[in-house]
Structure formats: C-alpha cells, structure tokens
Write a protein that binds this ligand. Structure first.
Ligand code: NAD
Length: 489
C-alpha cells in the first residue's frame, strides 16, 4: 500500500543540541527520511545549534555520518542526500552566553515561515534557551518550541519549568515530546477504540477484567548510569510513558479528535487515579548473572554505587475512581534487563457469563493486545471450535493485524516516532504532546510514592538480568488470581 505523503509548509527548524546523541541518532536521520519521502519541502531549513565549534561544512559531514550510522534500512539516492544536506546549516551557540545569538537572529530575520526550536539539550538549559529566544526577538507568534524529556523530576520542578517557559511562550507553542506517543499503534489505538462500534460498548468495568501495560527493555542503564541513578524507573518511564499509555486506553471518547479535547480527557484519567498503596508496588533492581558479570554488570556496578536504592524495575497495580473503570485493576510494569524487548498493552475481557459448552470445552476470555514494539500491531484473541471431528472443543485464535503485513510494506517505510512528532510540530498539531497540566498531574500522583520510598529507605528487590523482574511482581497478580502476560520478543 502506498502511503499518501502531504508536504508540510516551509519551515525553519533550529536544533539546539544539534551535535548531541539524540540529534544524531533520531532527529537528523528522521528528518532525512521525511525529506526522501517528499514531506519536507525544498525551502525548509535545518539549523544545527550547539556549543561545538564547527562550520556548516563540518556539520553537514557529521549529519551525513549520522544518517549512514543511524538511518536504518532506509536508503536514498546519493543526490538526495546531497540535496538534503544543502538545506542543513550550523551555528555555534552558547545557551548560557551570548555567542552565536546575533547570527541566529540574522538567519531567522525576515522569514514568515514556521519556526521551530528543538531543545535537544539538558533540561537545565531549557530556561536559558527560552529567555534568549525572547531576548533576541525570536519568541514570536510563529515560533514553537519542542522540549525533550525529562520534564522536571517532581511536581515542584515541573511546575517551575512550566512557569519559566510560560514567561516566554504560550501553551500552544510548547511541544513536550514523549516519543512513545508518536508510535503508529498509539494512534491506531484511538482509531480502533473510537472508529469502530465493536469495542467501545465493552470498554468498561462491566466487561473488562483487567488491563496490563508492559514496557520491557533488554538493555541495562548503559552509558546513562549516572543520570539514571538519580531518576529510576518511576521517574524515567512510569510518570510519562506508561501513564500516557494508561490515559489513552482509559480515557473517555473526546468530542473531537483535536489536541485539547484529547488532552482534556487524558488529564481526567490522571486525576481519577487512586493514590497508590505501598503493597501494590514492587520495585526491583537487576543483578548480573554469574559468568556474564563483566559484559553485563549488575545495576549497582553499572551506576558505580554499591548501595544504590534506585529501581530499574517497577510493577504496580492501580485503579481509577470513575464510573467507567471502578473496580477494574490496571497493572503496569516496566524494567531494564528483562527477558525481551517488548511494549504491549493488553485488555483482558471477562469470561462469558455462562458457558453452553461442556466443562472440558474450556473457557477463553477475549484478549486484545496492542503491541507498540516490536512488530507494531493489534491482535484480538477470539474463541472458535477446534477444527476436526474431536467434538466441541474450544481454542483461541488470534485475529492479527500486524501493520507491516496488513499494510503491505516491508517495514522500512514505517515512520519513526520522532519523525512523525517533528512533522506534527511543523503542522501545529499538539494532540500527541503532553500539556503542562497533564505533566503536573502525573507528578502529583507519583511524588508521594517516591517520597514514601525515600522516607522508608526502601530497598528494591534484586532480580536476575534476563528475567521478568522480582518474583514479588508475579505474586502481586497471583494474589488476584491473575498472571502477567508473557514478555515476548
Ligand atoms: P548529549 O549530551 O549527547 O548532547 C547535548 C547537546 O547539547 C550537544 O550538542 C552539546 O553541544 C549541546 N550543549 C551542551 N551545553 C550547551 C550550551 N551551553 N549551549 C549550547 N549547546 C549546548 O545529550 P542527548 O543525549 O542528545 O540529550 C539531549 C536531550 O534529549 C536531553 O534533555 C535528554 O534528556 C533528552 N533525551 C535524550 C535521549 C537519547 O536517546 N539520547 C532520549 C530521550 C531524551
């Protein structure tokens, strides 16, 4: 199936931190793919801006290397790469000083196109950048800023960051990015829920037994150890990524598919979350498997603190106090060094109220699985008769909608989350970005939990690398007569 690509309007995108890891791995290769697909118009300009002392030619070389290294299976003609690089420019700029700002102002002067400023730098520089953009006359009506995560480390810091940005930009100019929301499946989740009559009548506590959200990684903290140890799975993953997924699965149908209508509904979900009880949370920390310690050190060695109490795994059970979901448990789980890399939301429906079949025919509740990675797609388990003459025995078969197969592509044309989100920024569509009040509400829910751990000097339970977290996480569901879904690659 050939996808329809509609070019966006001409724009200037300034990438602060344009020489950094994120820019090289995601932003620049993503822009190149959008260019190749015809979505990025030839008048658009990409201006890398960072502290690194480079000229435009040196930066283009760096961009070209980044595309070769991180561009994936995607290939483009040589002339196309050259044409793309002709639209790339660079300025050495100091977010905290005056270097480079006049030159940037000159470049941006007199254009009436969309201006996007991507803050791909440490959050400690967000305020400096916003202030200087205003000082140099670039925080005008057509400007928008893209802000990377983490957005604060608790309610107080998030509020203060929101207040700082609000001094220079309106909320409709601020794009707080969470790449998980740029996934094809996340949007498809909304399409499936709100575009079909089939699911919505069943989407409530009366018919849904429980919902699971698992985001499992096989990698450890890697080179991010120092940062990660000040954060942990709750701050790094649950407060943003998992809660956003929870919002999308649990929210009421918005009146329209427009940014504020969607975000209003998501906010209501966060506000309806019950406070977490300590016995509904399991924290874990991965440990090395003997013989593999040198290659894959345990968490504490990786972060260089033999007494670290930061969690690399978390499993929790929560409820929403609202009409739709009262009584339905939501189980959330995320961790590093787990058995497979997999992100999945699973809606487990209740059993039929009465079985007309013999007891040994089996009872099979329907399960809807929404896979975010790998193999983005949606599967609905339905019960049918086992084929053959063996009598009426029931089995589950998956109705599978793997997008790469269903949409007839080989996967290389799948748009990465960053590309989609950057194009949304240019189009001015904030639906898939977090609003300031959402971020604050999410911190307001997680803060007391984190504070409780600190006050109690809570020590996470060790779990083996390559396992699916501490046994207590399984026990938490077993107590409820349920089990986690298998973490499948
Ligand atoms: P990085 O350390 O690799 O790059 C930082 C960039 O900021 C460099 O280009 C550097 O020149 C620039 N910089 C530093 N100080 C500056 C200053 N005073 N003035 C101007 N530029 C300055 O960082 P990164 O990994 O690319 O991360 C950037 C942001 O993205 C951070 O907020 C990070 O939390 C977020 N993020 C990164 C990833 C990732 O995979 N790398 C994932 C999610 C979020």
């Amino acid at each position: 199936m050939v996808s329809r690509v509609i070019p966006v309007d001409p724009f200037d995108l300034v990438i602060f931190g344009g020489t950094g890891d994120l820019a090289r791995r995601k932003i620049l290769p993503g822009l190149f793919r959008r260019f190749c697909s015809g979505q990025m118009p030839p008048q658009a300009r990409i201006i890398g801006a960072a502290r690194t002392d480079l000229d435009a030619a040196g930066y283009r070389e760096m961009v070209s290397e980044a595309i070769a290294e991180f561009g994936g299976a995607f290939t483009c003609e040589d002339q196309t790469l050259e044409a793309f690089l002709n639209q790339v420019d660079y300025l050495a700029i100091d977010a905290r000083g005056e270097t480079g700002w006049e030159a940037l102002q000159d470049k941006m002067k007199g254009t009436d196109r969309i201006e996007a400023y991507y803050f791909s730098v440490s959050p400690s520089l967000f305020g400096d950048l916003a202030e200087r953009l205003q000082k140099w006359g670039m925080a005008d009506a057509q400007a928008r800023i893209v802000v990377e995560k983490p957005f604060g480390r608790d309610l107080e810091t998030a509020r203060s960051l929101n207040a700082t940005l609000a001094k220079y930009f309106n909320e409709d100019q601020i794009y707080r990015i969470d790449p998980s929301l740029g996934k094809e499946t996340v949007q498809n989740l909304m399409a499936v829920r709100f575009g079909n009559l089939l699911f919505e009548p069943l989407w409530n506590a009366q018919y849904v037994d429980h919902i699971q959200i698992t985001v499992a990684e096989t990698v450890g903290v890697g080179g991010r150890g120092e940062y990660y140890d000040t954060s942990g799975a709750m701050r790094d993953m649950v407060q943003n990524h998992l809660m956003q997924l929870l919002c999308l699965i649990a929210m009421e149908p918005p009146a329209r598919f427009d940014p504020d209508a969607v975000r209003d509904e998501k906010l209501k979900v966060i506000r309806a979350l019950d406070p977490l009880e300590a016995h509904h949370i399991v924290r874990g920390q991965y440990q090395a498997v003997p013989m593999d310690e040198v290659e894959n050190p345990g968490y504490r060695s990786a972060v260089g603190d033999a007494r670290s109490r930061t969690e690399s795994f978390i499993a929790l059970k929560t409820h929403l106090s609202n009409w739709r979901w009262a009584g339905t448990p939501f189980y959330l789980r995320t961790g590093k060094r787990m058995s497979a890399r997999s992100s999945e939301i699973t809606v487990v429906f209740k059993e039929t109220p009465h079985s007309i079949f013999a007891e040994d025919a089996g009872r099979h509740p329907n399960v809807l699985s929404i896979r975010l990675q790998p193999n983005e797609g949606i599967t609905l388990g339905v019960t049918i008769k086992e084929p053959g003459p063996g009598g009426m025995r029931l089995i589950d078969v998956p109705l599978d909608m793997t997008f790469a197969e269903a949409l007839g592509d080989d996967g290389t044309d799948q748009v990465d989350a960053y590309e989609r989100l950057i194009m949304d920024v240019i189009r001015g569509n904030q639906t898939l970005f977090m609003r300031g009040d959402e971020v604050e509400a999410a911190w307001a829910w997680t803060d007391p939990i984190i504070q409780g751990w600190t006050a109690r000097a809570d020590v996470p339970k060790p779990y083996d690398s390559g396992s699916d977290g501490p046994g207590d996480a399984d026990e938490m569901l077993r107590r409820d007569g349920r089990a986690w879904r298998e973490v499948k690659p």
